[in-house]
Design a protein around this ligand. Structure first.
Ligand code: SAM
Length: 285
């Protein structure tokens, strides 16, 4: 099968099937063999691995994954890509194709059955309009995962990896870092895609923790606290928490808890580490 990482092969397949890419599905197909190699290498795929690919497009990365992995499941929302995928993936006996919206799929149940109890590796060139719901969905629904290696918007990769006190630090950084160790493995310019996206991209690897790095008595409450803390970035943390309807904390309680932690009452949400959020959550709830 022709390597779809070579631009002229992708163009040939698209033209022959009269397929035009759809912006609403975030379709920017990879046309750079070096980048494809880099993603697959970063994911450290072996024949022991079950790989879940989200959004295979015309099957470019799927081919690379199928060569290295034990088996691959690729979930694609766009029905019009299915006949193309059936053609480009025909030589690979270890690929299962599912025509579904990943956000509507019970990924945990599927992975548990298909992976036969073993954790899977997720590898994808993600549709950028739903990067956060896809990644948070995988973590929060506790899909058994070894790692997630994905192409995302460069700015989003920066937010996932950011630490306290930086402008990129926020609820996404803390959520990702609670579940996994993030490492940016490559920056990828727009000319590696067809069509070219308007933004720069990066490949990030998130290696899942077996046990979280901090102890939160109530995970959900800690994340509600974190979201409230970053909802009003310019306010002090105590004010943000006091203003958050539904959190049930109150400004005075927040100030008292901060004092017990040896933190000033004027501190802002962006200054606290994940460990401090876990501590604060354990004190408040
Ligand atoms: N993997 C291909 C590549 O690298 O060339 C395509 C990547 S493209 C950035 C994103 C893919 O995700 C598209 O094929 C798009 O149709 C698919 N997609 C978009 N939304 C989806 C969803 N909710 N569920 C599953 N696939 C989706």
């Amino acid at each position: 099968m022709a390597d779809l990482g070579i631009p002229r092969n992708t163009i040939e397949v698209l033209q022959r099937h009269r397929f035009t890419t759809r912006k609403k599905y975030g379709q920017n197909f990879l046309i750079d063999t070096n980048v494809l190699d880099k993603i697959v290498r970063a994911a450290e795929i072996t024949k022991e691995d079950c790989v879940l690919e989200i959004g295979p497009g015309i099957g470019t990365m799927t081919q690379y994954l199928a060569e290295q992995a034990g088996k691959v499941t690729a979930v694609e929302i766009d029905r019009d890509l299915i006949p193309i995928l059936e053609e480009t993936l025909a030589p690979y006996g270890n690929v299962t194709l599912i025509n579904q919206d990943i956000l509507k799929m019970d990924v945990k149940k599927y992975v548990e059955e298909w992976g036969e109890g073993r954790p899977v590796k997720v590898v994808a060139n993600l549709p950028y309009y739903i990067t956060t719901p896809i990644i948070m969905g995988l973590f929060e629904s506790h899909v058994p995962l070894k790692s997630i290696t994905v192409m995302v918007q460069k700015e989003v990769a920066g937010r996932m990896q950011a630490g306290p006190g930086t402008k990129d630090y926020g609820a996404l950084s803390l959520a990702v870092q609670y579940y996994a160790k993030p490492e940016i493995v490559a920056n990828v310019p727009p000319n590696c895609f067809l069509p070219r996206p308007a933004v720069g991209s990066a490949v990030i690897r998130l290696t899942g923790y077996e046990t979280p790095p901090v102890q939160a008595a109530d995970e959900e409450k800690m994340f509600a606290l974190i979201r409230a803390a970053f909802n009003q970035r310019r306010k002090t943390l105590a004010n943000s928490l006091g203003n958050a309807a539904g959190l049930g904390v109150g400004k005075e309680n927040a100030e008292r808890a901060l004092e017990r932690m040896g933190l000033p009452s004027s501190i802002r949400g962006e200054a606290l580490t994940l460990e401090q959020y876990a501590g604060l959550s354990n004190l408040l709830f």
